[in-house]
Ligand binder design. Structure first.
Ligand code: SF4
Ligand code: ZN
Length: 313
């Protein structure tokens, strides 16, 4: 099959557009979608120091390459890579190596921060601590997600970044919108970060340049452009609630391939509406224990750590 825009052989046809694309036109449209997303949600300013979360997985590897290329337009901006080592044995070691290779190939600074040094526990040890006598505990991702967000923020503050860029893609965001709806949690839409916004002096705004890029296209971009990434999934990924939502969506998407775009568009519109209604630019307060920005009195990280301390008494 020929490309829709030239005589070259097509490598991919988007299920929601039905236009065959060759490698050159696929790459071109991939990058220009990211540029459009960045400008539509006002994600970058010309002098930004951007800390990109580089785990070594497909999303973050492609993101660091695409951002390095997109940000060339702003010679005053700077891109720095941050890898968070959660302390997951036989998993994180490989991705750390991959992350290091990409940062050095692109000639960008690379910093590694670990849960162990930030919170006193690596994830594996932490999970042992919170497992009760019957061998039961909550899913690992519930804790890991909270620690990782804090770790990224802390790392970004330390290196003086203006933004934290993460590899969250269209599928992730559509799943989040659906999960929030199923939980009936309207408040979360108001707190969602579609455009970066000031919340607290110790909070570095987050951006998701792949917000409108499907996961399948990120994998394809990595493969077609020979970008090495860690293929092995995290051993705890089976514990995540998202798996069920992902399966539900897969069935529906076979009939309606554009549905993920609709969900994310609705999420972003709801977010604007709720903020407008609640005037929810309510500033964050500071955790009374650690001083980090939080919506309550004590932040989630401190509440989790207090639980563990209690359990070990
Ligand atoms: Fe952490 Fe869960 Fe992701 Fe593993 S799958 S890195 S435990 S959030
Ligand atoms: Zn705290």
């Amino acid at each position: 099959m020929k490309c829709n825009f030239c005589d070259r052989q097509a490598v991919y046809t988007r299920p929601y557009e039905k236009k065959p694309l060759c490698l050159v036109h696929f790459n071109r449209s991939f990058i220009s979608r990211v540029k459009r997303t960045i400008s539509r949600f006002k994600m970058l300013q010309p002098r930004d120091v951007v800390a990109v979360g580089l785990s070594g997985g497909k999303d973050s590897v492609v993101l660091v390459h695409v951002l390095a290329s997109v940000m060339k337009k702003f010679p005053t901006s700077r891109l720095v890579a941050i890898t968070i080592d959660e302390g997951i044995k036989n998993y994180r070691e490989e991705s750390l190596e991959i992350a290091k290779k990409h940062a050095s190939a692109l000639g960008i600074e690379h910093h590694v921060f670990s849960f162990e040094e930030l919170f006193g526990y690596g994830l594996d040890n932490f999970l042992v601590k919170i497992t009760d006598n019957n061998g039961k505990r909550k899913g690992a991702c519930a804790y890991c997600g909270i620690f990782r967000r804090r770790a990224l923020n802390q790392a970004a503050l330390e290196i003086g970044a203006d933004k934290v860029a993460t590899g969250h893609n269209l599928d992730d965001e559509a799943q989040t919108v659906l999960m929030n709806m199923l939980r009936g949690d309207l408040g979360r839409f108001g707190r969602a970060d579609y455009s970066p916004r000031y919340k607290h002096e110790k909070f570095v705004p987050r951006i998701k340049p792949f917000l409108l890029t499907p996961e399948a296209e990120i994998v394809l971009y990595a493969v077609l452009n020979g970008l090495e990434y860690q293929e092995m999934p995290c051993p705890h990924s089976v514990e995540a609630d998202r798996g069920v939502i992902r399966e539900m969506m897969k069935m529906y998407l076979e009939r309606n391939p554009g549905a993920m775009f609709n969900l994310v568009r609705m999420g972003s519109e709801l977010s604007d509406l709720i903020r407008l209604k609640e005037q929810s630019s309510r500033p964050l307060s500071e955790c009374s224990k650690c001083g980090n920005p939080t919506a309550g009195k004590i932040c989630k990280v401190c509440s989790i750590l207090a639980e563990v301390e209690e359990a070990s008494l």
